[in-house]
Design a protein around this ligand. Sequence first.
Ligand SMILES: Cc1ncc(COP(=O)(O)O)c(C=O)c1O
Length: 388
Amino acid sequence: MDIQTIRQNTPGVTHVVHFNSAGASLVSQQVLDAQIDYLKNEARFGGYETAAKHKAQLEEFYLEAAKLINASPEEIAFTESATVAWQRAFFSIPFKKGDTILTTKAEYASNFISYLYLKKDKGINIKVIPSNSVGEIDLQKLEESIDESVKLISVTHIPTNGGLVNPAEKIGKLAKKHNILYLLDACQSIGQYPIDVNKIGCHFLSATGRKYLRGPRGTGFLYVNKNVLTSLNPFNLDLHSANWVKPDAYEARTDAKIFETWESGLAAKIGLTQALKEANSFGMDNIWQRVVQLSQYLRSELEKIEDVKVTDIGAVQSGIVTFTTSVKASQLKEALNAKGFNTVVSHKSSTLLDMEDRNLEEVVRASVHYYNTEQEVDDLTAALRQIF
Ligand SMILES: Cc1ncc(COP(=O)(O)O)c(C=O)c1O
């Protein structure tokens, strides 16, 4: 990858040292321009008229998202966030009392809150599979937990609070073997890790635009495998996802757009399409290789600082680097921010089970993307040394 050209096309890198791609990445000039141009057209010619004129360009979103994850365009729905994508999929599954959901220790708060809601509302069971010695979901325990009550395996691929990469493909093999629905939260992995839904074997995958994909805020998408589409019960039907054909009848769509609603931010969709094109043209294997190399470099440099403890787990580690020090995480984040470095604090409540298990209250998260440089890593660790 030509990092110098990529940086020339990323206006943010001249203003900040951005180690927060797991929060929201810096967008490229082209992603910015695509949105501004579209907004200008809306202002000049009208929103509906601009959408009609850009019909083909707006459809490109589905082609690019499908290409990125090796799906077909009919299996993609555009949403305003990963949470909306995840919830539309999750709440479309016809759960009944006594059904069981198998999940992981590193589960994201919003997902777990939905499990708890369904437990209260419908009497489903939640079973959290323990982690193995390196911190991944324990596959043997996962298989041992499968019985006839298990309706769904629901897993966060890469959690919000560290480098862990859960073995999505191996989980998929078990889901297939036992014929169980499989929902993968790929919010933190999309755009950094090469995802092939056919290899993974998930039935649903939720993704966000603003993080490693480098798209605009307020965007996301959902993948739904075409073989399960007609067995679901989406709650969000409107005149886009269904057609009102008789006073007492409607016909629902049969593709993944059944999970969309009519109105959406089309300038943002155009921006996300451009971001997807960039990810597809760089190639996910190249992106992953660069992200792993830089994040391992950051981890090894952090480990050289006496007061720093790297808290990442997992056999395979992503671009999300986390650590604790003797300084409170929120204070350290502010001190780094004052020196021009963007990081964030990941709090216990975002991944409660994992943080409790590891006795962590909060960690500083410095997430690395391909547009970061070795020099920026050195500058960050030098700044940390100055703070201590
Ligand atoms: C693992 C995980 N899942 C889901 C989400 C929610 O994504 P969004 O804010 O796009 O809804 C996040 C956000 O940080 C996350 O880390």
